[in-house]
Design a protein around this ligand. Sequence first.
Ligand code: PLP
Length: 348
Amino acid sequence: MRADLLSDTLTKPTPAMREAMAAAEVGDDVYGEDPSINALENRVAELLGHEAGLYTPTGSMANQLGLRLHVRPGEEMICDSLAHVVRAELGAAAVFSGISSRTWVSQRGLLDPQQPIDLMITGAGAYQVNTALVVLENTHNFGGGTVQPLEAIRAVRAATREVHVSMHLDGARLWNAHVATGIPLADYAQEFDTVSVCLSKGLGAPVGSVLVGARDAIDEARIWRKRYGGGMRQAGILAAGGLYAVEHHLERLADDHARARRAAVAFAEVAPGSIDPTSVETNILVMDVSVAGWASAALVAAALEEGVRFYAVGAKAVRLVWHLDVDDAGTDHAIDVVTRLLRSGPTS
Ligand SMILES: Cc1ncc(COP(=O)(O)O)c(C=O)c1O
């Protein structure tokens, strides 16, 4: 028995998804002639309540295109210190767009609207870097799948609007926030100028993300996508997998959330203080295993020997992520292995 909880990016296309991909009509997307890509872009834009969408090979590219639309070289974006755009995109905003960044520090990635509001600097003339963009992440990956409260997002939006600062949402897992709260995708998305969403995480498509925004912004992003080498020609074969995922795998994210919560309850019972199960809102579980005497890397190695794979976040914490390819049996196995290890401690 195996349970691979390393990431929700690991999913393999299902037979039905592969069929949809095999049957996809394609054309040259650089000329705007791939019907499958056009259908995906339109559908995601419609779901998110924006005018237009742009298919990209990765979430990182969708984010980076979004950032560069709003921030001129030498200006700054501000975001949470654990945001994917500053922590895991390898400095792309600085390298490709000359953007500088400042960050605020949060608990579990949860947005306190006052933090970005206090951090923004606008109209400082020749003295200080001008804030052009606030980036939020929903759900928050490294924060542990944290859902951002809509009221907090709205408070930031109201403040940025007053000083003409743009907002970009890294919505790689916005799907999960929507399923966890029942709040329509468009209610979240309308608070932002641009939003990126990933098809290749919990939704289970093999490849791809979509950036949405106003038509003129997306037209400009399309030019930059080509400039970055992201004009993919007959990629409708991939986009069809993404569209299939949106239409068939969205509501089932609730199963991932329930399994993650079930595991959190079991872990909290054997290792009190390692995790607050109520903090597991979606498909990501981050827990402090030092309270059970474990170093994170040692626990990762011990679990791997029993077929349960997950990830060490720093020296004390581990991250487990549920997805399409981990069912109830896999979850039971992970719970058995990890609770046994937490209970016994590292010396057994
Ligand atoms: C929150 C978030 N944003 C963006 C990305 C980037 O996606 P990709 O790996 O497709 O570049 C990820 C990937 O894990 C992510 O977790």
